[in-house]
Write a protein that binds this ligand. Structure first.
Ligand SMILES: [Zn+2]
Length: 85
């Protein structure tokens, strides 16, 4: 039985989509935009979407790991749908 996988390199990640848990609205920001943000607010309901550790720190960490010399980071998302459809 084969299983399809979706993989991507961390270096391919350029944009984050932040989804508000209160109203489900989303906003997209590049890692550079997000790393410079001190506060993130929902564009629809104005809820404070900041958390600790911060989204800015996440973006900075991702950016710092996008060009390491000794390795690449690849994420693997399994497709759990039954095969043979
Ligand atoms: Zn919202």
């Amino acid at each position: 039985m084969s299983r399809k996988l979706f993989t991507f390199l961390l270096s391919e990640l350029k944009t984050d989509r932040i989804v508000c848990k209160k109203c489900k609205a989303s906003s997209e920001m590049t890692l550079t935009q997000l790393s410079g943000k001190e506060n993130v607010w929902c564009p629809a309901c104005q809820a404070d979407m900041e958390s600790k550790p911060s989204l800015a720190k996440l973006a900075e960490t991702i950016k710092s790991l996008q060009n390491p010399t000794a390795f690449d980071v690849e994420f693997v998302l399994p497709d759990d749908e039954p095969s043979g459809k």
